[in-house]
Ligand binder design. Structure first.
Ligand SMILES: NC(=O)c1ccc[n+]([C@@H]2O[C@H](COP(=O)([O-])OP(=O)(O)OC[C@H]3O[C@@H](n4cnc5c(N)ncnc54)[C@H](OP(=O)(O)O)[C@@H]3O)[C@@H](O)[C@H]2O)c1
Length: 307
């Protein structure tokens, strides 16, 4: 077993390869309760925290950091400009995130999605009469990126990046970008290996971060994963996270369980043949953000997303 390595970003900063995902669900009571498990992760040794405006856990993250007594500069804090508030509200987005976090800067600030949702009274998921998410069709992620670049220059975000971007949308963004994204956070696990996108990003200095990194109980129960877990004397989650690290991919597992939290930052080092065995499990299957019955994900078609 080995401790979590630090990976270098294109800004020159380093970040722990494994961080704590801080999605706590939609219920306010669960969001309020998140401070305790975020604190337990910090005490267990986590030094990277992944939150977002949309998660409603920024305040809990800030309180947990303060209560942990760990110096601010030792913790790599990531938050996201929510697509709901993104368009034309970027400055307000970073300022309100920093206020909730109680911090002067974040280490990485991500554009949560390439698409934007209409801003309606702070509603995170504004829907039309048919229950469809209201998309802002005027929005242009290149303009959002330009605004984020200015905020990066101000120092409020020490690195900026994107999330849920495909090669297609990265090509569009990179054409005008003055700052290359430091990171692209995408759904990634052994059933969704995305080798081409990972290579594309890494060859351009864009770090890749995995969300839904363990692939939930579905992937953790895969017979190959279970067999490898036995071989390495580790849990299935540890084997999957070690596979991400072996690919040079950052991963943000979410766990409220102190035993799981401890496992997820103490990983085996996999033999290259075992890394290849896990990559061969690919099914191109999205388990977190699969298309809905209209073939859309958060209001965009798979074609618009470039998925
Ligand atoms: N950018 C985006 O659009 C986006 C989208 C989705 C998620 N995310 C980020 O990615 C993070 C993680 O995503 P996720 O929660 O969907 O996926 P995940 O971390 O792969 O799965 C979380 C589940 O795995 C369990 N788990 C974690 N470690 C385990 C272990 N060692 N053994 C057994 N079970 C374990 C957790 O249960 P216990 O609590 O019982 O351990 C929880 O039920 C989120 O919190 C968020 O930060 C980003």
């Amino acid at each position: 077993m080995a401790p979590v390595p630090y990976f270098k970003l294109n800004t020159g900063a380093t970040a722990p390869a494994i961080g704590l995902g801080c999605w706590a669900g939609f219920e306010q009571k669960d969001r309020d309760a998140s401070k305790q498990w975020i604190l337990s992760a910090l005490k267990a040794g986590y030094r990277r925290i992944d939150t977002a405006w949309f998660y409603g856990t920024e305040q809990a993250v800030g309180e947990a950091i303060k209560e942990s007594g760990i110096p601010r500069e030792e913790i790599f804090v990531v938050t996201k400009l929510s697509w709901h508030h993104a368009y034309g509200r970027e400055e307000e987005g970073i300022n309100s995130s920093l206020e909730r976090l109680g911090l002067e800067y974040v280490d990485l600030w991500l554009m949560h999605w390439p698409q934007a949702v209409l801003y309606e009274n702070n509603d995170p998921l504004p829907k039309d009469e048919n229950g469809n998410l209201k998309i802002n069709h005027e929005a242009d992620f290149r303009k959002t990126w330009a605004a984020m670049e200015k905020i990066y220059q101000s120092g409020k975000a020490r690195a900026i990046g994107v999330s849920n971007f495909s090669i297609k949308n990265l090509e569009i963004l990179l054409k005008d970008a003055k700052v290359t994204p430091a990171d692209n956070q995408i759904e990634l696990h052994p059933y969704l290996v995305q080798e081409e996108l990972v290579q594309y990003c890494q060859s351009r200095g864009i770090a890749v971060t995995a969300y839904a990194p363990t692939g939930y109980a579905t992937v953790r129960a895969d017979p190959t994963i279970v067999a490898l877990a036995e071989k390495y004397g580790a849990s299935p989650a540890q084997v999957i996270l070690a596979w991400h690290v072996a690919r040079g991919v950052h991963a943000m597992p979410c766990s409220k369980d102190p035993a799981h939290q401890a496992q997820n930052i103490d990983l085996p080092v996999l033999a290259p043949a075992d890394v290849a065995r896990i990559s061969a499990l690919d099914k191109g299957k999205r388990l977190c953000n699969a298309a809905d019955e209209n073939g859309k994900v958060n209001g965009w078609t798979l074609e618009q997303l470039g998925w």
